[in-house]
Design a protein around this ligand. Structure first.
Ligand code: FES
Length: 79
């Protein structure tokens, strides 16, 4: 079970390293979301308001939250 979780973490980390498109409605990438977090956005609402990610069809909401969570975690590691 542990190995499966480690492989899943690695899979998602690789996807984020690739600057994948998260929101197709507004063409927002994982780097765009990470940039917002690094510029001080503290909530999903702020990220949505600034980038419009998730404000179209809404299919990307889980992806926006995942990338934002990881970006906040990485930002806090570097403080
Ligand atoms: S894919 Fe993000 S709102 Fe539609």
């Amino acid at each position: 079970m542990r190995k499966i979780l480690d492989n899943l973490k690695l899979y998602f980390k690789k996807k984020e390293d690739k600057n994948e498109t998260i929101c197709y409605c507004f063409n927002i990438s994982s780097n765009d979301i990470a940039k917002e977090v690094n510029q001080g956005c503290e909530s999903i609402r702020d990220i949505r308001n600034n980038t419009k990610a998730g404000m179209g069809c809404g299919r990307c909401n889980a992806g926006v939250e995942r990338v934002a969570y990881n970006a906040i975690k990485n930002r806090n590691k570097n403080i």
